[in-house]
Design a protein around this ligand. Structure first.
Ligand code: NDP
Length: 331
């Protein structure tokens, strides 16, 4: 089978040369293991900081070792009770064609729901949106909500949850005119703007003339600064990610206007979705019900070509080639 290894650590933007495809033989599964053939693998922003040798909530990838990440596999050979060839499992050994999975979690597909959604709207990115908006930022009915990275996997779901839970106004930012149109025409955002048009402060003030109560931050940097200036008193910020800085060799200091947080009595709260795993079943049920009712649109960008397309897909996602969740489909 084949897998993708970290060949070297990038400085700034990664290139194909930082990755290597490696052939390897897998042993037969041991007791409690299943051999799976991956059918979908996820490419996610947090994989970029994991390419650096820095201490974080998740250990860095090691040079000469395979990458990993969310994946859906089909069981080929099972030594797990109740798991048979053909069953689907959700696991963490992406970036390879086959994997030996310990204590695999069986995935029960829902009629009419693409299984890839278990890596997106019904999986970690949908749950991230839910936790960040409702638990971390305590969004309430009547709030004005601003979501950055709004056409991406987490942001597209966060904005829709805000609408479904009674936000007065939902505003999003994204990196192209097509994405802005998607937000307002298909995903139900009240207003949206293209951050590449510049002057975030002015664009945000125009989209949310009465200020914002909740900011769901996927981007950091300039977006976080603009949001702090636009926040109303007692505003709440869910610090979800800072993708604008993942490929900068030296991230800039900031936000420069953090002093405003004092007088406005703001709360800025960072979080990691996996800390909230005990509540995933109930959150996924609510997301699933919205999806089934047609109230929630699960945008996704499916890349074909399997392992040979995975690096390109990952680098493309970092540049904004995706709308909604990007997944790689294995042949
Ligand atoms: P997305 O699907 O949103 O893909 C990344 C997007 O980031 C791109 O499509 C691109 O869209 C945007 N982007 C890239 N560079 C910039 C930039 N300089 N400024 C603004 N936008 C940029 O990824 P996810 O939804 O999976 O992740 C979104 C965020 O959530 C990330 O920061 C990620 O790290 C974080 N996250 C945090 C978790 C947690 O537990 N805290 C869990 C999962 C994700 P565009 O075309 O609009 O630029």
């Amino acid at each position: 089978t084949r897998e993708i290894h970290l060949a070297s650590r990038p400085d700034g933007w990664p290139t194909e040369a930082n990755f290597a495809v490696v052939d390897r033989d897998l042993p037969a599964p041991a007791d409690g293991q299943a051999l799976v053939r991956n059918v979908y693998m996820s490419v996610d922003p947090y994989m970029r900081p994991r390419m650096n040798d820095v201490k974080s909530y998740v250990p860095p990838f090691q040079v000469g070792e395979p990458l990993d990440g969310g994946a859906i596999g089909e069981v080929v050979e099972s030594r797990v009770d109740g798991l048979a060839p053909g069953d689907l499992v959700l696991h963490r050994l992406g970036w390879r064609e086959h994997a030996l999975v310990d204590r695999p979690r069986r995935l029960e597909p829902i009629e009419g729901v693409p299984v890839s959604h278990y890596l997106g709207a019904l999986g970690s990115t949908g749950l991230t949106a839910y936790v960040g908006l409702l638990e971390m930022a305590s969004m309430r009915e009547g709030d004005t909500v601003f979501v950055s990275g709004a056409a991406g996997a987490v942001g597209s779901i966060a904005g829709q949850i805000a609408r479904l839970r009674g936000a007065a106004r939902v505003v999003g930012s994204a990196g192209s005119a097509e994405k802005v149109a998607l937000l307002t025409d298909k995903l139900g955002f009240d207003a949206a703007f293209d951050y590449r048009d510049g002057d975030l402060y002015r664009q945000l003030a125009a989209a949310a003339p009465d200020g914002i109560d909740v900011y769901f931050d996927n981007v950091g940097g300039d977006h976080l600064e603009a949001a702090i200036t636009a926040m109303n008193d007692y505003g709440r910020v869910a610090l979800c990610g800072s993708i604008s800085q993942y490929n900068q060799a030296k991230p800039p200091p900031g936000p420069r206007n953090i002093g405003l947080a004092v007088g406005k009595r703001l709360t800025l709260r960072g979080f990691i979705v996996s800390d909230h795993a005990s509540r995933f079943p109930e959150m996924a049920r609510e997301l699933g019900a919205w999806l089934a009712a047609g109230d929630l649109v699960a945008e996704e960008t499916v890349v074909d070509g399997g392992l040979d397309a995975a690096v390109d897909a990952f680098l493309g996602m970092l540049r904004g080639a995706n709308t909604g969740k990007m997944v790689v489909r294995m042949p």
